[in-house]
Design a protein around this ligand. Structure first.
Ligand code: NAP
Length: 536
């Protein structure tokens, strides 16, 4: 597959005429000469949106088998690109090859998981309440509920996962699984990777004989194309991963439309890790080492990076800080995704360096000749200071973290109450800590989307039970997850049919259940329960 720098609008390959851009290798700051990418305009958005709207009814009414086969074809085509995909992503992002290979596995695994979700049909929420003509004083009508897709979805790719949160990432996979056509706005930090994956999806649309508007890929810079896309009346929902500023700007645009639409923005999180006294006494060194690994993974460019550590002051915490600091001091500087992200990290670090009452206790190895390379850092502050300094709560996107020393568990609770919404919170606990942990749990349940025991938050499993979401500002809508099978719910809404003739009902609601989906009938599950599985 040769890169051309073209956008993919339905089946057409279009060289955008609204400016151009070459990709950059962040490890060298050198432009990658080929190709030159043409940026899109409002007219390109218009074309993609019209095609998506035209495709919508056909695509959403495909049989589950056909839609699932399409998702699997995308996965196969991505693998079919071969090493070229990894090489290009490596050149554009500076991410290590092994990490990108793993991310490709996650991306195709995610597509296949959603194929399974589509075949299973549980996501449709099919529910039937039969008529009760004899009911007194009034009869009940026949009522049937099923979920339908919202309409075309705009997806804004993340910079930090060029495959798993990008063109064929979780937002795209879950929207396509829901039956929604997708218009992707590529991230400027990996345009070539985006084109390769976009062509793999376009090929699957063609191979499966689907309408061309099921998928389009647009390039654009300077926020204009993104704003036009979100404002377009034919776009009905938005998925976004990136900065708080960017996510909130898109929420504002979506809310200002004559018909406001949902924006599922995943934004900023500092992912507190609580070291409870028993665990710290028993395992300070082991926790310190594991923490340093988690903090520096992928140059700290994870939305689940552990940016805050909270513990009770004392010799056990000193041991943790010493081991974590020593481990960080040996960590080489790592290339960040873009010069912009590197500059933002440096400016966050400079601010932290200048804050009085906060001490830098460790720093990673200097960058030397490496370009855009982040040097890890660990800071310590006391809880009282943290509570009084709103600027310390801002996400430093990169390998930097702050250890907060509290006087006692009550002060830990006070800090927990003070924090904003988070994607994750982690408890390092031993059995002796359960009483303290029970005091923290209600606070964490109000504040975060995923609560971990004795692990680290980096590494988000793609499965049915995953929640990658949380209260504001970690996301713009805490009711949903952007990773895992339930991510599909963001792009669905319920429709109820009252006294509708069987011939006009969708298959999932027809009386004889031709698609064989699990349903709730008159308040009871209608599928036979497999007793062996239920007991296991
Ligand atoms: P970003 O600046 O938010 O950009 C992400 C995407 O959204 C880009 O395609 C960008 O388009 C678009 N966009 C941003 N603001 C917009 C606006 N006002 N209107 C229309 N489109 C807009 O994120 P980034 O480039 O990935 O990284 C910048 C910072 O975001 C990082 O330093 C980090 O702090 C944060 N970040 C956080 C996470 C996380 O998961 N928490 C992940 C990645 C990044 P343009 O190319 O046109 O600007």
């Amino acid at each position: 597959m040769t890169l051309t720098g073209e956008m993919l609008i339905g089946f057409a390959a279009v060289h955008g005429a609204n400016g151009s851009k070459r990709a950059l290798n962040p490890a060298t700051n050198a432009e990658i000469p080929e190709p030159t990418f043409g940026m899109g305009s409002a007219a390109d958005v218009e074309r993609a949106a019209c095609l998506a709207a035209q495709a919508f009814d056909v695509y959403r009414n495909l049989s589950p088998e056909k839609r699932a086969t399409f998702l699997e074809a995308i996965a196969d085509n991505i693998l079919g690109i071969g090493d070229k995909l990894i090489e290009r992503a490596h050149a554009e992002t500076g991410l290590p090859v092994a990490r990108l290979q793993g991310e490709r596995g996650r991306t195709v695994g995610q597509m296949r998981l959603f194929a399974k979700v589509v075949r299973d049909g549980h996501f449709l929420g099919s529910t039937i309440d039969h008529a009760q003509p004899e009911r007194q004083p009034l009869p009940r009508a026949d009522l049937r509920l099923v979920k339908v897709p919202l309409g075309p979805v705009a997806v804004f790719c993340a910079s930090n996962f060029p495959l798993a949160f990008s063109v064929a990432g979780s937002d795209t996979a879950s929207a396509l699984a829901a039956g929604a056509p997708v218009i992707v706005k590529a991230h400027g930090a990996h345009l070539g990777t985006s084109e390769l994956v976009g062509r793999a999806i376009q090929k699957a649309v063609k191979e499966q004989g689907l309408p061309e508007g099921v998928f389009s890929l647009l390039f654009g810079e300077g926020r204009k194309l993104g704003e036009v896309l979100v404002a377009h009346p034919l776009v009905k929902a938005v998925g976004f991963t990136g900065s708080r500023q960017g996510g909130l700007a898109l929420v504002r645009t979506a809310n200002a439309r004559p018909e406001p639409i949902p924006v599922y923005a995943e934004m900023s999180s500092i992912n507190p890790v609580f070291l409870l006294p028993g665990a710290l006494a028993n395992r300070a060194e082991a926790i310190g080492k594991a923490f340093a690994e988690s903090l520096t993974l992928g140059a700290g460019q994870f939305c689940t990076n552990p940016g805050l550590v909270l513990a009770i002051d004392g010799p056990d915490l000193d041991r943790f800080v010493k081991v974590a600091g020593d481990a960080l001091a040996r960590k080489p500087a790592q290339t960040m995704l873009t010069p912009g992200i590197f500059d933002a990290f440096c400016s966050g670090r400079s601010k932290a360096d200048a804050v009085s009452g906060m001490t830098k206790v460790a720093e990673g190895l200097p960058a030397g000749e490496l370009r855009n390379a982040a040097q890890a850092a660990l800071y310590v502050a006391d809880a009282e200071h943290m509570l009084a300094s709103p600027e310390l709560w801002e996400e430093m996107f990169g390998p930097a973290s702050i250890v907060i020393r509290a006087r006692d568990v009550s002060e830990l609770l006070k800090v927990a109450e003070h924090m904003e919404g988070q994607l994750t919170a982690t408890l390092q606990i031993d059995a002796i800590d359960y009483v303290d942990a029970q005091r923290l749990m209600p606070v964490l349940e109000r504040k975060v989307g995923r609560i971990l025991a004795n692990g680290f938050p980096t590494g988000v499993e793609v499965c049915h039970a995953m929640v990658h979401g949380g209260p504001f500002p970690s996301t713009s809508n805490s009711m949903f997850t952007s990773v895992g099978a339930s991510a599909i719910d963001r792009f669905l809404r319920p429709v109820c049919y009252q006294d509708m003739p069987d011939a006009l009902l969708p298959d999932a609601l027809k009386e004889d259940n031709p698609s064989g989906v699990r349903r709730l009938v008159n308040g009871e599950p209608d599928a036979p329960i497999n007793v062996t599985n239920a007991v296991a």
